[in-house]
Ligand binder design. Structure first.
Ligand code: FE2
Length: 255
């Protein structure tokens, strides 16, 4: 936002020519401070002006009195659900559209009264928002917090998935994986993506890589691997009732 001049024009060319999605880092959906409604109003103008198809944020918080620039875990409690649902609903009302929330990785679970899957699905349902499904985060959390990643995936409301993330992680120890986006995607995470497409139909999927960048050919090989799995489920009748049509999720809400 607020970029003009030569760079603003270059960005405008991209958004004119390509379907775009935006991924936020600073909304702090679970945070204790009031929502930044000034930011949201400016964001609405930006999203509409550039015809951004989908806006996503993390199911976490990242601020109190100032920004922490990290994604902190929301407690899995009924109180936190009510708080977060209200903030997502307010966000959607201001933006005039559904947003997608991303399941995040977490390393501590403060005051948890329920499993992560119950926390996530309750918020999706009550806020009536969409899901940005990060399969690497499921994998990492399943090892760190000792649950079955496939069971977790199977319990998700597939009709809410609007797009996906896949990434590599760091092996700190057998029972501690760190979601770094700094390594190649491992076989177990590819298998989860495969299972997600099989179960929910194909959805657009983004490879996340933040540092430790390999030669671009290696990155493109991973992008190609996403395409290959997508093609496999696009070409075969996988037994789904109907093919996934993400476009239906991108429509704006009224009111
Ligand atoms: Fe992600």
């Amino acid at each position: 936002m607020n970029v003009g001049g030569r760079l603003g024009k270059a960005f405008r060319r991209y958004t004119d020519e390509h379907p775009m999605t935006c991924h936020g880092l600073s909304l702090s959906l679970g945070g204790p401070e009031p929502l930044d409604e000034t930011f949201l109003r400016r964001l609405k103008l930006f999203l509409n002006d550039h015809q951004i198809r989908c806006y996503s944020e993390h199911l976490s918080y990242c601020s109190d009195d100032g920004h922490l620039y990290d994604l902190m875990p929301i407690p899995f409690t009924a109180e936190a659900i009510a708080h977060t649902v209200e903030r997502i609903s307010r966000t959607q009302d201001i933006l005039g559209r559904q947003i997608a929330i991303e399941n995040v990785s977490y390393y501590a679970s403060p005051g948890s009264d329920m499993p992560e899957i119950e926390f996530l699905t309750t918020i999706l349902e009550q806020a009536d928002c969409l899901l940005l499904l990060d399969v690497n985060n499921i994998y990492v959390n399943s090892v760190n917090h000792r649950y079955d990643a496939r069971e977790f995936l199977n319990a998700l409301p597939g009709e809410r998935i609007v797009y996906g993330h896949i990434a590599g992680h760091y092996n700190e120890a057998d029972d501690l994986l760190v979601d770094t986006h700094g390594a190649a995607v491992i076989a177990g995470v590819w298998q989860l993506l495969d299972l997600a497409f099989e179960r929910f139909g194909v959805f657009p999927t983004l490879l996340e890589r933040d540092f430790n960048l390999p030669p671009v050919d290696e990155l493109l090989d991973e992008v190609q691997q996403i395409r290959s799995i997508q093609d496999r489920y696009n070409l075969t009748d996988s037994g789904n009732d109907q093919p996934h049509t993400p476009e239906r999720h991108f429509s704006t809400r009224t009111g």
